[in-house]
Ligand binder design. Structure first.
Ligand code: C2E
Ligand code: CA
Ligand code: CA
Length: 578
């Protein structure tokens, strides 16, 4: 073979040298094109096949720029001109290459100039980057789309919403934003399992997509929350129609794990620019409106109104204050006496938490307890309340010698996982000195709604300690009878919603009688709450109700007032009750 002249740069274009160079170029995995500004002098087989041709010779009959999609031509032309003017190091650039004149391939082009003999030519290395692009797109897709449903995720949704708002501002058009929440997703997940939950989400997203135009965005925000952007809304009932359609498709039965399940949705709608200008504001609005739809009995849609906003803002402000309420000693416990109906003796008291807000005065526990659950401070609050309640009750027991006096305290049950009260309670009892038998904890059937097994373990543990459990708000839930059988409770409270009716409404009378009979047959004590008249008291007593409380006997009062009340009604001694 001997020494072959180096065919590459800065040599004259000898036939032998050129031949060697072409051989080399044909071996390259990338496309190689030697060209001038316009004319193709040589193209290897890879470049040819990228263009959909058999051989490079075909390409030499075409202008260089025609190999590229017209979007890329100006840049390629500029690169070539720049290089021909002066030797420069150009960065590789991404361009579109034409395949058979129609399809485009993403390529990366590296262009260099070289002198071949007298001629100044350009060498372009063309790398097909389709695979890399696909991988990039896959990663991008994953970052922007929800893997389960294939819908845009929160990140892409926010991006699109911003984009639509900017566009709508320019074109003075309207955009509707909807939040959609499935009403029974948690139930499906808990009872039919996660696979059924996933199936529900996929099916629901397909149904949502069926309600929409191409230009709308349907996205999954996470969990069972979906959202829809309707751009270019005309005035008129378009958003209403879409919302009604969404409710309709979600109300059709779903087949999950072979079972028919009925799921509905709640939809909140807000309109740009009518309800708000900014993205954050619109998101808040749609969320408030959805919350209202849910509260209004579900399977409903609600349009945002300004009073929803006022309420939402007020809630945010209160939540902020609630975080500091404990540190600032704004919480107190009030006590309401409980009487034994059979002998008119004062036997104990129920403790209720009260929040004395510096500006708003007393705030009802019905407002701040759910809030404390939501913001995650219910456990701290409950622990505080138990400590105060137990210690004050023990003071009355010892100082005033009311040895049989008990205190009944409310446990918030919707988030009992966070409570871990079962290991706190023995410590609280020890440090306050209150005997476990002098403590009643009032629970509701909600306690079984989250982690049943854990809740039962906790309740059994408390029972073994000697603590009494009463089932509160009995008769207001759904599965009361079966719950009563399962829970280790020693007492049942008849809800204050029923008591005023017992003497007025025969139906309620029958219901209360039934509860009483049932409880008695299971050897549970019965406690009537909300007793406001002698007539009601007498009704309950005659049916065998054990204890009662209510405004008739005394309203919830401060620690000091209750101390005085106790002094007048010695525990264990019959008192003249109204
Ligand atoms: P609940 O446990 O069913 O409490 C009974 C409610 O009825 C109390 O309202 C009480 O003040 C009120 N009440 C008492 N007697 C009468 C009466 O004769 N007539 C009428 N109409 N009402 C009467 P309150 O104190 O506003 O508490 C409301 C709810 O807040 C309670 O319902 C309970 O679920 C919750 N709660 C109160 N304190 C606490 C607490 O310390 N922890 C937890 N987790 N929840 C609490
Ligand atoms: Ca209660
Ligand atoms: Ca109650």
């Amino acid at each position: 073979m001997g020494n072959k002249p180096n065919p590459l740069v800065k040599q004259s274009l000898l036939p032998q040298g050129a031949f060697d160079f072409f051989m080399l170029a044909e071996q390259m995995p990338d496309g190689v094109v030697i060209h001038k500004a316009e004319q193709v002098l040589f193209a290897n087989v890879v470049a040819a096949s990228m263009s959909g041709e058999e051989s490079g010779a075909v390409l030499t009959q075409r202008p260089f720029l025609s190999l590229f999609h017209h979007d890329s031509r100006p840049t390629v032309e500029n690169m070539a001109h720049a290089l021909l003017q002066a030797p420069e190091q150009l960065q590789p650039m991404e361009m579109k290459w034409l395949h058979r004149g129609t399809k485009t391939l993403p390529v990366e082009i590296t262009m260099a100039r070289c002198q071949i003999g007298e001629e100044l030519v350009l060498i372009s290395l063309i790398r097909n980057i389709s695979q890399r692009k696909e991988a990039e797109e896959r990663i991008l897709h994953q970052a922007n789309y929800d893997a389960l449903t294939g819908l845009p995720n929160r990140a892409l949704f926010l991006d699109r919403l911003q984009h639509e708002l900017t566009r709508a501002k320019r074109s003075r058009s309207r955009v509707a934003l909807m939040f959609i929440d499935l009403d029974r997703f948690k139930w499906v997940n808990d009872t039919l399992g996660h696979a059924a939950g996933d199936q529900l989400l996929r099916e629901a997203s397909a149904r949502l997509l069926s309600c929409h135009r191409e230009s709308d965005t349907v996205a999954r925000l996470g969990g069972d929350e979906f959202t829809v952007i309707l751009p270019d809304m005309a005035h008129g009932p378009h958003a209403e129609r879409v919302a009604a359609q969404i409710l309709k498709v979600l109300a059709e039965p779903f087949i999950l794990s072979g079972q028919e399940a009925f799921i509905s949705g709640s939809v909140g709608v807000t309109i740009f620019p009518d309800d708000g200008q900014e993205l954050d504001e619109l998101l808040r609005n749609a969320d408030s409106a959805m919350y209202y739809a849910k509260n209004d009995g579900r399977n409903a849609y609600r349009f945002f109104t300004p009073d929803m906003q006022a309420e939402a803002l007020e809630k945010v402000a209160l939540e902020k204050d609630l975080h500091r309420a404990m540190e600032r000693n704004e919480m107190v416990v009030h006590y309401q006496p409980i009487f034994d109906l059979q002998n008119d003796r004062l036997v104990g008291a129920e403790g209720f938490m009260r929040w004395l807000h510096p500006k708003r005065g007393f705030i009802s526990p019905e407002i701040f307890i759910p809030m404390a659950e939501e913001v995650g401070i219910i456990a701290t609050m409950t622990e505080w309340m138990l400590r105060v309640g137990c210690s004050q009750a023990q003071q009355w027991r010892t100082l005033k010698h009311h040895e049989d006096f008990f205190v009944s305290l409310n446990l918030s049950c919707t988030r009992c996982r966070e409570l871990s009260t079962d290991d706190k309670i023995p410590e609280i009892l020890r440090s306050t000195g209150l005997p476990p038998t002098a403590l009643v904890l009032e629970i509701t059937e909600n306690i079984l709604s989250e982690d049943k097994a854990r809740a039962m373990t906790m309740l059994e543990h408390l029972r073994r300690l000697g603590v009494n459990l009463w089932l509160d708000d009995f008769g207001t839930g759904y599965s009361s009878l079966s719950v009563l059988k399962r829970l280790p409770v020693s007492g049942v409270k008849i809800d204050r919603a029923f008591v005023p009716e017992v003497t007025r409404d025969p139906e309620t009378g029958l219901l209360v009688d039934a509860i009483m009979t049932l409880a008695k047959s299971m050897k549970r004590k019965v406690i009537g709450e909300g007793v406001e008249s002698l007539e009601q008291k007498e009704y309950l007593r005659s049916r065998g109700c054990d204890y009662a409380q209510g405004y008739l006997f005394g309203r919830p009062m401060t620690y000091e007032d209750f101390g005085e009340f106790l002094a007048k009604h010695n525990v264990g001694e019959p008192t003249r009750v109204p």
